[in-house]
Design a protein around this ligand. Sequence first.
Ligand SMILES: Cc1cc2nc3c(=O)[nH]c(=O)nc-3n(C[C@H](O)[C@H](O)[C@H](O)COP(=O)(O)O)c2cc1C
Length: 359
Amino acid sequence: MVRNFKQMIERAEAFCAANQIRLPILLAPMAGACPPSLSIAVANAGGLGACGALLMQPEAIKTWASEVRAGSNGAFQINLWIPEPAPRRDAAAEQAVKAFLASWGPPVAGDAGDARPPNFDAQCDAILEAGPTVISSIMGVYPPEFVEQMKARGIKWFANATTVAEAKLAAQAGAEAIIAQGMEAGGHRGAFDAGKAEAGMVGLFALLPAICDAVKLPVIASGGISDARGVAAALILGASAVQIGTGFLRCPEAKIPTAWADAIGITQPEDTVVTRAFSGRLGRSIATPYARAAVDAPKPAPYPVQRGFTQAMRDQAIKNNDIASMQAWAGQSARLAPARNAAEVVKDFWEGARSLLGT
Ligand SMILES: Cc1cc2nc3c(=O)[nH]c(=O)nc-3n(C[C@H](O)[C@H](O)[C@H](O)COP(=O)(O)O)c2cc1C
């Protein structure tokens, strides 16, 4: 048994050596919740820093990378969502959603639904220029030309997958590692077909060994890992590393609103929901009063229209530090997230996992 555990550690160490990190703990890229301070702390502790660049203009992406490099010579990943076709609009349905939202925040502006994320191609160019160790994807695969460009620069591509079929597609498209995102995960679901996200909810205990069996690539476990037990379990199920989001959100370096950080600390596994009510794409959040009320409300508009509609409400919630209508993403192991410095969290998770495995 001990010999087997040693082999698991060796697999993790090989992954670390190949990706310029000292510990197999990856910060999850979290759009809107990934300040340089958090990546600096994680990278200096030996893990992989991360930037969720979805909403960042090209200049902001380059500035983020320079700020992290000013504080650490460690490795980091930059992440994008793969864009989907433009949404189909329905004026009458949108009116009903706007009327519902007006009771949770300021009136929704007439053109709020027209807001779009920054240009994807320009973001890709900026990421290549920033030159991270890893570029990661979620919700699909990168176009072949971009994959070629990153590989020519020696940048690795890690692809999120929520099913075995997606993992195989990503491997065929040239991904160098698969991030297995279990349904426990906080934030948006990475389903390649956004419309099928509810149907493809697979728990990490089933998904991880299945992906390890299906692809000949290192697999990174993600979703509901917020302590050393989760890290050790992931290694036993075949992972080469773990990617953790919610588990880092209570660290002071994450700088999220205190109402969100406090709520994470008391959220039991059954106190999160998957909802389209914030952005139009499915994501797991704390079951806040708004997320609960949305269950019986008019069907959310498609992404990114709904995101535009909820912008004013979400901004007001942050300003007022009001959890009721805040976009409070969290995974099912939220309660375990430690309110401690990120460096201590990285160290405790890894040393704790090693001690559990007796290595
Ligand atoms: C606040 C928040 C924002 C997120 N944003 C992104 C993102 O922009 N890109 C991405 O690939 N994953 C994103 N995720 C999902 C994470 O990459 C990861 O799958 C998840 O955090 C793992 O589950 P855990 O939160 O239980 O650790 C986000 C998660 C959270 C909690």
